[in-house]
Design a protein around this ligand. Sequence first.
Ligand code: UT7
Length: 331
Amino acid sequence: MSKITAAITSIGGYVPEYRLTNFELEKMVDTNDEWIRTRTGISERRILKGEGLATSDMIVPAIQEILQKKNLDPKEIDCIICATVTPDMVFPATANIVADKIGATNAWGFDLSAACSGFLYGLTTGAGFIESGRYKKVIVAGGDKMSAIIDYTDRNTCVIFGDGAGAVLLEANDEGLGVLDSILKSDGSGRNYLNMKAGGSLKPASIETVTAREHYAYQEGKTVFKFAVKGMADVSAQIMERNNLTADDIAWLVPHQANLRIIDATASRMGLPSEKVMVNIQRYGNTTAGTIPLCLWDWEKQLNKGDNIVLAAFGGGFTWGATWIKWAYNS
Ligand code: UT7
């Protein structure tokens, strides 16, 4: 009997309409378009505007696209994993809210907090559920409304992040396609360099935490940059080596979109030309857990059955990792 693997069989995505351009940011903080483009690669990012809208309102349309493409009844979904650091509420989980909004009444689910590596952590977790034979249809979503935790007076962070979400459907495959290997890492000592200081049990919300602007994302950019360049490149090279993959074997690198210079360093370490690297950071910025599924969503039509794809990420935690998949369908 051939081994069951977990394959991505459909993908959906959502980015809000509103475009926050570098030029608009120039009017908000002491920055400029040239600095942002040359240091990060970003020209604009999307922002979810409007009262009462949250991360689930981006994940829901992403999943609805999958339901429509696959002509799938939401009641057939077994499990929903939502990777996010901007859940609608501290509890209940955004996955519960999403299941309710799409009518997935037979699904259970949970949120997964691994910042920018959240989608990779979720993909590996979801793939395990399929490989074990326990579940048939698992949704893995990654999305963040970063604008909810960004301080638009802090030029160190506000130029980088944007809002967006993507989702994939995982189903069993017996042709050797889908998620084939993953190397996932974490190092909690990195918590000091990229975090949100208040709002958790360590520092519950108070007038003091609000006044000190501790409910916003904090990042020591330079330090995170150094760890990210090394971490993402190392793990991407490792996954190639341990699976005997050469640069010629790889059709696409799908890197987390944090900084074009980190992406370039990873691609160069893997020996990949830029034509094989998915980059949409110029349009969406860093959507945290949303970046990797949004790349797959943007490139879906160019992906072919059997393509070797390496997904790679580095983010807060620190968390990082790389996943090797063989694409399972032609669209
Ligand atoms: O996705 C989660 C993981 N996160 C990452 O991977 C992000 C990693 N870090 C980065 O991408 C980069 O560190 C940043 C894009 C955040 C910053 O780029 P950098 O090249 O590391 O800049 P820097 O922080 O070293 O700052 C260089 C200069 C400083 O001025 P001085 O001290 O040299 O005079 C900053 O004050 O640029 C200044 N600066 C800015 N100037 C204009 C910092 N932010 C800005 C800004 N506009 N927005």
